[in-house]
Design a protein around this ligand. Structure first.
Ligand SMILES: [Zn+2]
Length: 436
C-alpha cells in the first residue's frame, strides 16, 4: 500500500482557533534548499545531473519547492533551464523550482536575461546591525537596505516572477521592529513570503517562536523559516518557528536540506522535520501539511543524497541511520520483540526500509567514463532497458560517459534510466561552456 502520510487537524486546535474556519487553517510547507545551501557547503558539491535527480526525488517525496540553484551563475544556466523544461513537460510538477539571488536590481535583471523561463525567486539581503556595520562597512544604512530590497522585489514582479520570497539574512541578530518594517515593505512591494534566516544558528525554540509570532501577527504575511545547526537546534527551531507562524494564522514554509547537509554545521534535516510534524507529541494530527508527504521514499532519498555528496549517513541519523531501528541491550531487544511500539516511535517500513539490498559480491560491470557498448548493453539489459537500434544505444552510451566524467562514480540505476528517458535534457545538463 502506498504510504502517504498527511496530518489532519485535531478538534482542540480548531476550538482554539475559533476565529478561523477549518479549511482556513494555516499550513506547513517544505522548501528544500539542498541544491542551493547544500551545495554551498565547503568541500561538497553535486553534478548538474545529481542536482536534477534531487529535484526529481524531492518532487516525488512531496516537497513544495526546491530552491534549485543560482540563476546569475554561468555554469548553472543550462542546468536551470533544462530543469525548467522538465517542469514545462510536466515531469517536475507540482514542485516549484525557485532561484536564489541577492536582492539587487542588477541580480534580478541578470536573472531574467539568463533564465527567462524562471517563475519563482528568493531575494536575499542582510538586515542585522552586525552585517550592516561589519559587511557593508558603512556603505549601506537600514534605509538603503529597505530601498534596495523594495526596488528588487518590484522589478522581479515586473519582469514576470509568479512568487517572490524576501530573505532577511541574519534575521536572528536583527531587531524585531526592523524585521517587521522589512517584511511590511516587502509585502507592499509585492513580496509573497518573508524568509526569517537564522543564518548563524543563534536562535533557540523559545526565541524563534516569540520573534516569528511578532512578525507574523504584525504583518499577516506567510513566513519561511531558515535555520542552521551551529548550536544543534536547526530542526527544533524550524518546528518552533513554523508553529509560531501557524498559530498566528500564517502559512509556514520550513527550509530544509537532505540529511541536514549545509554550510558549517548544516541546515534543518528534511526527514527530521517531517517526522517531527507527523510523529511528535505536540504536532502529530494537529498541524496540516501543504502537500502530502510520501514518507516511504525517505530512505531512498537519504541514501541518494549520501551517495551524491559522498557523505555517509550518521549511524544515529533519525529514521535513516543504521542504528535508527537497532537494539542490542537485553531489556530493549526483549521489549521490541514483544511489541515494536515498546521501544520504537515509528515503524521502519513507513520510511521505505526493510527491503533487502542487493550488493554485488562477485563480478561487477558498472558504468564509467570509458565504458564500451558491450558493458553498457549488459548494464541496461539487466535494468530491462532496450533501445530502438544500435545508433540510439551509442547515443545514450555517449551521454552516460559524459555523466561519469562529472560524477566520478558509477551511475545509479535511476540516473541511467533518466539519461535513457531524457537524452536531450541530459545533453543540456552535461554542457558546460565557460564564457570566453
Ligand atoms: Zn543558510
Amino acid at each position: 500500500m502506498e504510504n502517504i502520510a498527511c496530518t489532519g487537524i485535531s478538534d482542540d486546535i480548531i476550538a482554539n482557533q475559533s476565529d478561523r474556519k477549518t479549511q482556513d487553517m494555516a499550513k506547513i510547507f517544505f522548501i528544500d534548499v539542498t541544491n542551493r545551501d547544500g551545495v554551498q557547503t565547503a568541500r561538497l558539491s553535486l553534478s548538474k545531473l545529481q542536482k536534477t535527480m534531487i529535484n526529481m526525488y524531492l518532487n516525488d517525496f512531496g516537497v513544495f519547492q526546491s530552491e534549485f540553484g543560482f540563476p546569475t551563475t554561468n555554469h548553472e544556466n543550462n542546468y536551470l533551464r533544462a530543469n525548467l523544461e522538465l517542469a514545462s513537460m510536466g515531469v517536475l510538477r507540482p514542485i516549484r523550482l525557485s532561484g536564489w539571488i541577492r536582492a539587487t536590481s542588477e541580480d534580478v535583471e541578470k536573472t531574467f536575461e539568463m533564465v527567462p523561463e524562471i517563475e519563482y525567486l528568493n531575494l536575499s539581503i542582510s538586515t542585522s546591525e552586525q552585517m550592516i556595520q561589519g559587511k557593508f562597512k558603512g556603505r549601506k544604512s537600514r534605509v538603503d537596505v529597505l530601498e534596495q530590497m523594495v526596488e528588487a522585489v518590484k522589478l522581479a514582479n515586473r519582469l514576470g516572477a509568479k512568487a517572490v520570497g524576501v530573505n532577511a539574512e541574519d534575521a536572528s541578530r536583527t531587531e524585531v521592529d526592523f524585521l517587521v518594517d522589512f517584511a511590511r515593505e516587502a509585502k507592499a512591494a509585492g513580496g509573497d513570503r518573508f524568509r526569517y534566516c537564522d543564518t548563524l544558528g543563534y536562535d533557540d525554540p523559545f526565541t524563534i517562536y516569540e520573534t516569528i509570532s511578532k512578525i507574523a501577527n504584525a504583518t499577516s504575511m506567510p513566513v519561511e523559516i531558515h535555520c542552521h545547526g551551529d548550536l544543534g537546534m536547526a530542526v527544533a527551531n524550524s518546528i518552533a518557528g513554523a508553529k509560531a507562524a501557524v498559530d498566528a494564522g500564517q502559512d509556514a514554509y520550513i527550509n530544509t536540506t537532505l540529511n541536514g547537509i549545509g554550510e558549517r554545521a548544516g541546515n534543518a534535516d528534511l526527514l527530521s522535520c517531517v517526522l517531527a510534524l507527523l510523529k511528535s507529541r505536540g504536532f502529530a494530527n494537529k498541524y496540516k501539511m501543504g502537500r502530502p508527504v510520501k514518507l516511504n521514499r525517505a530512505y531512498k532519498l537519504a541514501k541518494y543524497a549520501s551517495l551524491a555528496f559522498g557523505v555517509p549517513i550518521p549511524l544515529n541519523q533519525p529514521g535513516v541511520g543504521e542504528n535508527a531501528f537497532a537494539h542490542s541491550s537485553g531489556i530493549h531487544a526483549d521489549g521490541v520483540l514483544k511489541d515494536p511500539e515498546n521501544y520504537e516511535l515509528y515503524n521502519f517500513e513507513e520510511l521505505g526500509r526493510g527491503e533487502p539490498e542487493l550488493v554485488e559480491t562477485g563480478r561487477l560491470i558498472c558504468s564509467g567514463e570509458y565504458t564500451g557498448i558491450s558493458g553498457f548493453s549488459h548494464i541496461m539489459g539487466k535494468m530491462e532497458v532496450s533501445f530502438a537500434n544500435a545508433s540510439e544505444a551509442r547515443k545514450i552510451l555517449e551521454l552516460v560517459r559524459y555523466a561519469n566524467v562529472e560524477a566520478q562514480t558509477p551511475l545509479t540505476e535511476d540516473e541511467l534510466h533518466f539519461i535513457a528517458k531524457y537524452p536531450e535534457i541530459t545533453r543540456r545538463l552535461l554542457t558546460l561552456t565557460p564564457p570566453s
